[in-house]
Ligand binder design. Structure first.
Ligand code: UD1
Length: 422
């Protein structure tokens, strides 16, 4: 199994190109199931989760061609609307095939995603919405088996109020509604930019959707969708991760190909740490005065546009070496502080009570052997490794490969001492 070895202390200087967004690419790849005409996607990041999704789509009968960051998907011969356990268990986002399959073929069998390291993460809202659209859904041998109830196996438009704000739930139900008979309203919809990116792709395919980016989506079903070409939006979490790395380690780095309008909450917090940030049309430059520790910041995660839970671990790592005390409150997932145990091994001072972590900055962390527990936790350990004295060895970095495109190459290009080792 691969490990990442980081020697801390280097200031970072140069440019980092940002890749396409994982959380936009995954639902948009699944949207290819909705049409018998080809969907061409540009700016698709090279990630394990993307590879898993392509594998999943291929075994359903989708023809996939990949040329660098461009992926062409042809679901004209979709013949196996099944997502098996061995693929679903490695990636919860596999649930995103459920609604497109039912919408297009009238049926689906998708293995129920199990528990996950960062909390229970049920999919009850996805199922509830499908049922409101007339589907019959049952759990059989660990699989979700869904059949569209209407004539000719079609879903029907419905009014859906989700019990909580769910990102993939909103995306799944939007994909169910685009081919349903009649109008669907989704209230309490997620407003994440990735939901908007999916809506834009679906609209390019001929879907009728309004309200994307608000908490009320209105979707008028159409009989079929056509092919389209769509460019996946830049990854705001990857952008935020590198900005936070520089805010913690120091340096002068420009990120290119970014969408800073999707990063308001993160940019504001990084500003509070004392970082100097300049925003351009599609770039962001961060500059940190030499030998100056960042100020600790308080964050509270919540659905977009508030501070993203996917940036919580990285900011916690920054707080570990900041001046002062930062309070980190996690409101989305109940078990998302696993990185704290590893940061403690590097000399951090963190007190956790329930969903709150109080982080008191120390002058320096010490390199140590640590274990990645989930994707963003891994990113926080990378940031800690970059600022620590000596060598940090991060085990189980397959988590990083799921969500960061070329992380060690990008960091090495700005002067970090990072290396992959068996
Ligand atoms: C997505 C993102 C993930 C991010 C998360 C929150 C993708 C592929 N993943 O995950 O990176 O951390 O949004 O921004 O886009 N819930 C239920 N029932 C449901 C659905 C969700 O109780 O049917 C709960 C979850 O357990 C969690 C909360 O709702 O506590 C939010 O989860 P959700 O927004 O659905 O997260 P994901 O879509 O899985």
């Amino acid at each position: 199994m691969h490990k990442l070895v980081i020697t801390g202390g280097a200031r970072l200087k140069g440019e980092i190109p940002v890749s396409g967004a994982k959380n936009a690419a995954l639902p948009i790849l699944c949207a290819s199931l909705l049409s018998a005409e080809p969907l061409v996607l540009e700016n698709v990041p090279a990630l394990e989760d993307v590879a898993t999704t392509l594998k999943l789509l291929r075994q359903m009968g989708v023809a996939v061609e990949r040329d660098g960051s461009t992926v062409r998907l042809d679901a004209s011969r979709l013949d196996n609307p099944v997502a098996p356990y061995d693929l679903v268990k490695t990636m919860r986002a596999s649930i995103l095939v459920l609604c497109p399959l039912v919408a297009r073929t009238g049926r689906a069998r998708v293995s129920l995603p199990g528990g996950c390291a960062i909390g229970a993460r049920p999919v009850d809202q996805h199922i509830k919405g499908l049922e409101l659209m007339g589907a019959k859904v049952r759990i059989e041998h660990g699989d979700i088996v869904a059949e569209a109830g209407g004539p000719e196996g079609k879903l029907r438009g419905a009014r859906i109020v989700t019990d909580l704000v769910t990102v993939t739930g909103t995306e799944n139900l939007m994909m169910a509604a685009v081919l349903a008979d009649g109008d669907t309203v989704i209230e309490n919809a997620a407003r994440e930019p990735e939901v908007v990116d999916l809506a834009e792709c679906l609209i390019a395919m001929g879907a009728r959707i309004s309200g994307a980016g608000t908490d009320r989506l209105l979707i008028s079903g159409v009989p079929t969708l056509k092919g389209a070409t769509h460019r996946v939006m830049p990854d705001r979490i990857e952008t935020g991760t590198y900005l936070t790395a520089v805010a913690a380690a120091g340096g002068d780095v420009t990120l290119t190909g970014v969408r800073s309008d999707t990063l308001d909450a993160v940019l504001q917090k990084l500003g509070e740490t004392g970082a100097w940030i300049e925003i351009g049309a599609d770039r962001a430059t961060i500059r940190i005065v030499a030998d100056r520790r960042p100020h600790a910041v308080n964050i509270r995660t919540a659905p977009y546009p508030a501070f993203p839970t996917d940036m919580q671990a990285q900011i916690m790592a920054l707080n570990c070496i900041a001046e002062g005390t930062g309070v980190v409150t996690e409101t989305i997932f109940e078990n998302r502080f696993m990185h704290a145990q590893e940061l403690l091994r590097m000399g951090a001072s963190i007190d956790i009570e329930g969903n709150t972590a109080v982080v008191t900055g120390v002058a320096r962390l010490a390199g140590a052997h640590v274990m990645a527990t989930d994707l963003r936790a891994s990113a926080s350990l990378v940031i800690a490794g970059l600022v620590a004295e000596g060598e940090t060895v991060i085990d189980r970095i397959y988590h990083l490969d799921r969500g960061y495109d070329g992380l060690e190459q990008k960091l090495a290009a700005v002067g970090a001492q990072v290396m992959r080792r068996r």
